[in-house]
Structure formats: structure tokens, C-alpha cells
Design a protein around this ligand. Structure first.
Ligand SMILES: [Zn+2]
Length: 491
């Protein structure tokens, strides 16, 4: 990943992967502070801090369909890991190259190009499983503490930048320079062959146990090897450079696949719909890419059948929606449903189109029905909130949101909407408190403290004030302990 192109996130991520990669396996870790550094707590703190920067990067894809689908795919795979693992969170960045990477703290980044290049769900799952393999085998954690000059320098740069952010003196330019410097060094490095083979082995086991087709891994590798050999526009070189592919790796995988007989489950509808959406998102900032994405979606819509055709029509509808061509979006969305397909993605777009046409109550009805049909789907729940809020039904939106934050206490975006809802109803203290939780869940602990202090100043209720004091103290302690952990690396 080039930092010139993708900015802070890419640099931070390249760096973080570099940390993970910069290690010959099997050497002893760093010495007296090694156990503290290897703790899952520190790993999570680092991961959270990197993600806090990453979420603000323009390449980060902030989309509920994409986030929930990828994270559930990752957690399904991790649940069948023979080794157990920390909580996995999978996110996507806008980048046509076929690549993926593991960060500290169980965060896994997927390039949109990997999803759009996958020809079936098992192919996508195979790369996600491989990355989870790096997590369960602690390659990332071990890479952070290896005894090399490079790794110390990189870790010190990350720590310095993260400490600056923590202190609120966030000199972003300095942070970027530190990340960039380390990223340049990183390109020389890679996971060891042994680590790659271990991640393949663990990944294949996860694939098999969770009902995916292990052949997906061999197919994906073939695709990557061809892409890097031909050096085509699609990339593939990127993945190959961070995950060295070799004949040896390939034949290991093929041998293991031969040993396992499985009848894989069919691809989920969500895979095809999220893939279609990502084809549009990936192309959204470049008009030539936009036109070629539309042309290929149209071909697929007309030439394929069943869920693939429905998903391609949905992609065309979503593309028209982004271009504010609402009548074209409505026509394509109708076509998506012609074979009887109906998914949370179709429902969410239908609800938003109804809103656009001034049919608020119809928009609410479509969204509520979708939420009843798919109660575990965050995008469907989100469209209920949007439809209610846009129709001025703030009280209903708020009580719906209160149930959703109980359902998904770790999902930041519902707290943000809750804050907006309270704000619109003039409930300043509650708005600040919800916003504080939003910041806390996205790793922005200092911003969370600011919100709580504002709430403290606005509140006239003694009970609420003392609750806030407790919360503020706890968060300040967290800032302080994060700072101490990071200081260990700054040398
Ligand atoms: Zn790898």
C-alpha cells in the first residue's frame, strides 16, 4: 500500500502490518517488558488507537452493510478456530488492489478489490481466514516485540504519534510524517514463509469447520498469482508483496484440500449484495471507473441469474442513488426484485427512495417491515431510524434507538444517531452523554471526556452529576493507562 495514495490510514496500516511482518519467526521476544507488551490489553489499545485515526481516513468505508457482513464473516470463521481468539472486527477500505492485512487487537482490513475480485464467498472467506490465522497465531503481537532495529523504530514512531493524539496536541502532519517514514521502511519486510504457511494451515481448518469450500483458498491464490504475474491493473502484486506466494505454499494448500471432503454451503445473499455495493463504492470517486463499474454490473445483471442478477440490479440502483438519479434507481430496484429477491439492502434503498419522493409514512413502513423480517440486520434498523427522523418522529426514533443500543452495545453508529435525536429534542445533557459513548466506542477517549465534561456543566441534576463524575474519572484513568503503555515503546 502506498502512503502517497491512501494517506494516514494506509500508512498506519502498512506500518502496523509491517510490525507484524518484520519478524523471523521463533526468535525470543524483547526482554523485561515483553509480557506487558504482549498483553491482549496493549494490543487492543494499539489497535483502537490506530483505528481511531483510520476511521477518519477517506479510504475507510463507513457502511453498515459492509461492516456488519465482513465482521460477521470474520467472527463465524474465528468461532471455529481451533485456537480461540480475541474479538475479530473486519472493515473495508476503498482500494481496487487485492489485499488484506491484520492489525493489532483483532482488527482486519480488507481492500474493496479483494471482495470485488472474489468469484464466490469461499474465496473471500479464505483470505479473511488466512488473516485471522495471523491473529490466532499471535504473529501480530510477536511482530511488535521482535528484536530488530526496524521494528523498534517503527514502534517508537507509532507510539509518538498515538501519544500526541492522546495528549490532544494532535499535530496530524507530524503523525503522518512518522507513519510515512515507517511505511517506507516497511516495504522491505514481509511475514516469514513459516508464518504464512501457519496462517494458511489455520485458515484452511477454519474454512472447513465453518462450512466454506476449502478450494476457495487455492482458487484465490491462483487468481493472485496470475494477477501478480501479469501485473494487471487489478493489482494482486500488493497482496503478493505482503504475503509472499510460493509454489510450496500452493502445493501445501492443495494437499490439505485433497484430504478434506466437504459439501460447502451455498453463498449467502449478503455476499453478492455487499460485493455489488462495493463495486459501486470502489468506483464512486472517479467518473471513468464509475462508468466501467456500471457497464460490468449491467452485463452481469443481464447475463446471470438468481441472486447474482438481483445483486447486480441492486448495484445499478445504488449507483444511480449515489448520483441522485432517483427515477433510474427506482427502475433498477424494481428489476432487482423481479425474480422474487428481497433483501435488507433492497429494503433500505426502497425506504430511502420513498423518503426522497416525500412518502414518509411509506418509508417508515418499508423499513419497519424489513426490521421485523431481519431483526439482526443493522442496516435495516438504521433505515427505520432515518425514516422516523426524516419524518419528524423524533420520540419514536429515540425509543427505537434505545432498544438498538441494548441490542448492539458495541456498535458506535447508533449512539451517534441517539445523540442527534436528543439534540433535536433539546436534551443537551443526554445528547452529550450519547456522543461520549460514541467517541469511547471509536477509541477517541479524550473526545469522550470532553463531551462528558460538557454534560457535567449543563446538568442540574445531582444524581446525574455524580454519575458523570464517576464516568469522567474512569475514562481519565484509561487515558492515563494508555499513555503509560505507549510510553514503553517511545524510546
Ligand atoms: Zn499472510
Amino acid at each position: 500500500m502506498g502512503q502517497s495514495k491512501a494517506g494516514v490510514l494506509a500508512a498506519a496500516l502498512t506500518l502496523a502490518t509491517g510490525l507484524a511482518m518484520a519478524q523471523p519467526m521463533g526468535i525470543p521476544s524483547m526482554g523485561p517488558v515483553a509480557s506487558a507488551e504482549l498483553s491482549p490489553q496493549l494490543e487492543r489499545t494499539l489497535g483502537d488507537a490506530i483505528m481511531e485515526q483510520g476511521r477518519r481516513d477517506p479510504t475507510y468505508i463507513d457502511d453498515p452493510d459492509v461492516n456488519q457482513y465482513l465482521t460477521e464473516l470474520g467472527r463465524k470463521l474465528a468461532a471455529s478456530s481451533p485456537h480461540g481468539t480475541q474479538t475479530i472486527t473486519v472493515f473495508a477500505i476503498r482500494d481496487p488492489q487485492i489485499n488484506a492485512f491484520a492489525l493489532p487487537g483483532g482488527y482486519i482490513g480488507i481492500h474493496s478489490g479483494l471482495v470485488t475480485a472474489a468469484q464466490n464467498e469461499s474465496q473471500l472467506a479464505s483470505v479473511v481466514a488466512h488473516e485471522i490465522g495471523h491473529v490466532t497465531q499471535r504473529h501480530v503481537a510477536r511482530g511488535m516485540t521482535q528484536q530488530s532495529q526496524t521494528s523498534h523504530m517503527m514502534m517508537a514512531s507509532v507510539a509518538a504519534a498515538l501519544l500526541a493524539a492522546l495528549a490532544g496536541s494532535g499535530d496530524l502532519a507530524m503523525g503522518v510524517a512518522a507513519f510515512g517514514q515507517a511505511a517506507a521502511v516497511d516495504r522491505q519486510l514481509g511475514f516469514s514463509r513459516q508464518a504464512e504457511q501457519e496462517a494458511d494451515r489455520v485458515g484452511l481448518e477454519m474454512l472447513r469447520r465453518s462450512g466454506f469450500d476449502p478450494s476457495g483458498m487455492a482458487e484465490m491464490f491462483n487468481q493472485l498469482m496470475n494477477a501478480s504475474r501479469l501485473n494487471e491493473g487489478m493489482g494482486g502484486g500488493a497482496y503478493a508483496s505482503t504475503h509472499p506466494l510460493s509454489i510450496q505454499r500452493m502445493s501445501d494448500i492443495q494437499n490439505r484440500i485433497r484430504e478434506t471432503a466437504v459439501r460447502p454451503q451455498p453463498d449467502s445473499d449478503a455476499f453478492w449484495f455487499v460485493r455489488a455495493k462495493l463495486r459501486v463504492i470502489q468506483a464512486a470517486r472517479d467518473s471513468a471507473a464509475q462508468q466501467s463499474a456500471q457497464a460490468s454490473l449491467r452485463r452481469e445483471a443481464e447475463q446471470s441469474q438468481g441472486v447474482r442478477a438481483a445483486a447486480a440490479w441492486y448495484g445499478l440502483a445504488y449507483s444511480a442513488w449515489l448520483r441522485k438519479n432517483y427515477s433510474e434507481a427506482a427502475v433498477a430496484l424494481q428489476r432487482a426484485q423481479q425474480g422474487g429477491a428481497y433483501t435488507p439492502q433492497i429494503a433500505a434503498l426502497a425506504s430511502q427512495l420513498a423518503l426522497q419522493q416525500g412518502q414518509g409514512s411509506q418509508a417508515v413502513e418499508i423499513a419497519q417491515k424489513a426490521h421485523q423480517r431481519w431483526p439482526g440486520n443493522q442496516a435495516a434498523a438504521l433505515s427505520v431510524v432515518i425514516a422516523l427522523q426524516e419524518s419528524g418522529r423524533h420520540d419514536e426514533a429515540l425509543s427505537f434507538l434505545n432498544e438498538r443500543v441494548r441490542q448492539w452495545p458495541e456498535e458506535p453508529r447508533f449512539y451517534q444517531l441517539k445523540a442527534q435525536g436528543h439534540e433535536r429534542l433539546g436534551q443537551q445533557v443526554e445528547a452529550r452523554r450519547a456522543m461520549a459513548t460514541y467517541y469511547e466506542k471509536t477509541g477517541a477517549v479524550r473526545a469522550a471526556v470532553d463531551q462528558l465534561q460538557q454534560a457535567r456543566g449543563l446538568s442540574k441534576d445531582f444524581y446525574v452529576q455524580s454519575q458523570l463524575d464517576v464516568q469522567i474519572r474512569a475514562l481519565k484513568e484509561k487515558v492515563e493507562s494508555d499513555r503509560r503503555l505507549l510510553e514503553q515503546f517511545k524510546q
